[in-house]
Design a protein around this ligand. Structure first.
Ligand SMILES: [Zn+2]
Ligand SMILES: [Zn+2]
Length: 343
């Protein structure tokens, strides 16, 4: 009996020589998922343009309408790939960067000390090496010291060390078993994007679901306009459009709820992992449900999420007992007037 798998296997192996990334099953499935997503988008947009003659006519009369739709279509796909290829903020990468910057600053500082002692003068730092000054100013000499400063006194490094990566985790970091690395402000591992969502890319992820929701709403409008138009057409076209519209509506509900959920997380400075596993996470245990320990007020949380999360050294420390007590206080009328929840 002829083995039909052999030629196929041979073709696959030749393919892996040209594209080595495809040899890894995990990367292969991630790539297939990305291709499937692009095809899905093309099918949904293509079908409506193919079936709806009125839409083609409208594109001729009002080209800006279709141009805006296509712009949103392309922007959504670009945002998807940008998010999928972005780093969620791996603890190992940040640790290396911190230690390298620290070593570089220490050697530069020593060189200057040697040069100034030879000249018989004082050392005056005039450059803008903020990181170096921060590290030296806080007397921090390594990643371990930097992480320990983020926890209350008396914590042991052993309890904070990830047993898989062998690295000290800052507060809110978690080991992802899919990525096999610790992620800063771990939110969740997104199968659809093939990457983790964490401190480094949560903002990009929010924008992606926002654009995808907008695109979905616009596509639903195009489908409904086609189906409600008073023109004679083949029944099977209607059947295809109704079937696609049902799936599109389900996706839209899911996307809209996801957008609302992540907006709530952003405004309260929480992650999906912290919300779902609140009772199991040691640093959240015992904190009342309505108290958000990392929240700095809705406006500041929003600003921090949009503008300040780019820095890899932006690590959050655990709130003290006094700060938690302050946050647990019930809201009064004065708090509502002074916008305590916002600032
Ligand atoms: Zn780890
Ligand atoms: Zn992951």
């Amino acid at each position: 009996m002829v083995d039909l798998c052999c030629p196929l296997r041979g073709a696959c192996e030749r393919c892996y020589i040209w594209f080595p990334c495809l040899a890894d099953p995990a990367r292969r499935s991630s790539l297939l998922l990305k291709v499937a997503l692009v095809v899905l988008h093309l099918v949904y947009a293509g079908v409506v343009f193919l079936f709806d003659r009125d839409l083609i006519e409208k594109a001729r009369k009002e080209p800006w309408y279709i141009a805006l739709y296509l712009l949103l279509f392309v922007a959504t796909l670009i945002q998807y790939f940008v998010t999928a290829c972005s780093s969620p903020g791996y603890v190992l990468d940040v640790m290396r960067a911190v230690n390298e910057a620290n070593a570089m600053f220490t050697s530069r500082f020593k060189q200057r000390q040697t040069a100034s002692s030879k000249n018989g003068g004082f050392v005056v730092s005039s450059d803008g090496d903020q990181l170096g000054r921060n590290l030296l100013g806080s007397n921090s000499t390594s990643w371990s010291k930097m992480v320990m400063d983020l926890y209350p006194l008396g914590m042991s490094t052993r309890t904070l060390t990830c047993s898989y990566c062998n690295v000290e985790q800052p507060p809110r970091a978690k080991h992802c078993h899919d990525c096999d690395r610790c992620v800063l402000q771990f939110d969740h591992h997104c199968v659809w994007l093939g990457t983790c969502i964490g401190q480094g890319n949560h903002c990009r992820f929010w924008w992606y679901i926002c654009e995808e929701t907008a695109l979905c709403i616009w596509t639903v409008i195009l489908y409904i306009t086609y189906l409600t138009a008073d023109i004679s057409r083949a029944w099977w076209k209607d059947a295809v459009m109704i079937l696609l519209l049902i799936f599109l509506s389900i996706s839209l509900i899911f996307l809209f709820l996801l957008l609302l959920f992540h907006s709530y997380l952003v405004l309260t400075n929480q992650t999906t992992y912290e919300l779902v596993r609140r009772r199991r996470i040691p640093y959240l245990r015992g904190i009342p449900e309505r108290v958000y320990p990392f929240s700095k007020g809705a406006c500041r949380n929003l600003y921090h999420f949009c503008c300040a999360r780019g820095s890899i050294y932006d690590l959050e420390r655990l709130p003290t007992a006094q700060e938690l007590e302050e946050k647990s206080k019930p809201f009064t009328c004065l708090d509502a007037l002074t916008c305590r929840c916002c600032c």
